[in-house]
Design a protein around this ligand. Structure first.
Ligand SMILES: NC(=O)c1ccc[n+]([C@@H]2O[C@H](COP(=O)([O-])OP(=O)(O)OC[C@H]3O[C@@H](n4cnc5c(N)ncnc54)[C@H](OP(=O)(O)O)[C@@H]3O)[C@@H](O)[C@H]2O)c1
Length: 331
């Protein structure tokens, strides 16, 4: 039995990871800040500890822990830079330090392909990457900075693997599909460009399989990063069609040229920036980039070096998501 610390276990991906390893008979410490969401895990028999990774002492979490799966982050295309720095960089650095001092044997770090973002088509993007001079948002910037913290910890002796999963969806999703469904709730959806841009998404159980693969002793633990997707790039219009059909939604697609969408996204961001509370705009340049330009990832390194093999198709994943969304039970 391995003792596994899962951070962000009160969140979407972390809860799936924690439940998976618990079901396999490992000793799982599920941690997060949201007491109610952690209580759901406790009732399912997991040990859960409420901790703020940016400020609480972390050695009680990492001492006697074999593996850390670090899912916690502020995961959003919108928000204040200082909040992203605290949740994504400071928290990661503190957890890495504690893990190294406690002798953790493997650290699996969740990063994001948002770091590759460009307002342009990008096909089969590999992991090798030069950071841009200007980031699209503080999320992408701080996910990149956190990766650098992981690489420093590797140099200091901590074995680590970095995963960059693209657009994760499934039961409990709070970000990707809910945002699309929020846009579609008025009965129409912007078809940016010709709708034929290619998109990669990843069903959450496949992400869990990537974490499991990262635990194998043959895996390189030198801090290298791996793209993770379903390996089934599809046109944005196809993905939306499958999602809306699975939920029996009638949604009209309204054509919107890319240049107009970018201008509208920029204007919406400017307005949101001066509104009280800076609410997230429904359309942003980031959203336009994701839905209006092809952004596909090369996952051959994960296949070859991790032995990663996605087993649940996008269609099957959407069916499972739709079933959960319709019931809206606490997952
Ligand atoms: N979802 C995606 O499509 C996607 C794609 C690429 C990469 N990722 C990465 O995958 C990871 C998990 O994403 P997710 O979608 O599961 O996000 P999520 O549902 O928003 O969950 C984030 C988790 O992080 C925790 N957290 C944030 N700040 C914390 C802090 N200071 N101390 C302790 N816990 C903290 C939250 O705890 P509380 O809620 O309890 O406060 C929550 O459990 C993130 O690293 C994200 O960047 C996600």
């Amino acid at each position: 039995m391995t003792r596994i610390l899962v951070t962000g276990a009160s969140g979407f991906i972390g809860s799936h990871v924690a439940k998976h390893f618990h079901a396999q008979g490992h000793e799982v410490i599920a941690t997060g800040r949201d007491v109610a969401r952690l209580d759901v895990l406790s009732r399912a028999g997991l040990r859960s500890w409420v901790r703020d990774l940016s400020s609480d002492p972390l050695s009680p979490l990492t001492d006697e822990t074999d593996v850390v799966v670090h899912c916690a982050a502020l995961s959003s295309p919108w928000g204040r830079r200082e909040q992203f720095m605290a949740a994504n960089v400071l928290a990661t650095k503190r957890l890495l330090d504690a893990s190294r001092q406690s002798g953790v044997r493997r650290f699996v770090h969740f990063s994001s392909p948002s770091i590759y973002f460009r307002l342009g088509d990008q096909f089969n993007t590999p992991e090798a990457f030069e950071p841009p001079r200007k980031w699209i948002n503080p999320y992408a910037e701080t996910k990149w900075l956190a990766e650098q913290c992981v690489r420093e910890a590797v140099s200091a002796g901590l074995p680590a693997v970095i995963l960059r999963p693209r657009a994760v969806f499934g039961e409990g999703d709070r970000a990707i599909f809910p945002r699309l469904l929020g846009l579609a709730q008025r009965g129409w959806f912007p078809r940016i460009g010709d709708g034929k841009a290619l998109i990669d998404v990843t069903y959450v159980a496949n992400v869990v399989a990537a974490v499991q693969a990262s635990m194998e002793y043959t895996v390189p633990v030198d801090g290298r990063a791996f793209n993770i997707t379903n390996g089934e790039s599809m046109q944005v219009r196809e993905l939306l069609h499958h999602l809306f059909s699975a939920l029996d939604l009638k949604v009209r697609m309204i054509p919107l040229p890319r240049s107009v969408a970018i201008a509208l996204g920029g204007a919406a961001e400017t307005i949101a920036n001066v509104m009280p509370g800076r609410p997230e705009p429904r359309l942003s340049r980031y959203g336009v980039g994701v839905l209006g330009f092809s952004q596909t990832l090369d996952i051959s390194a994960a296949r070859q070096q991790l032995g990663y093999a996605p087993t649940i198709s996008v269609i099957e994943g959407i069916a499972r998501f739709a079933q959960w969304w319709k019931s809206r039970v606490q997952y």
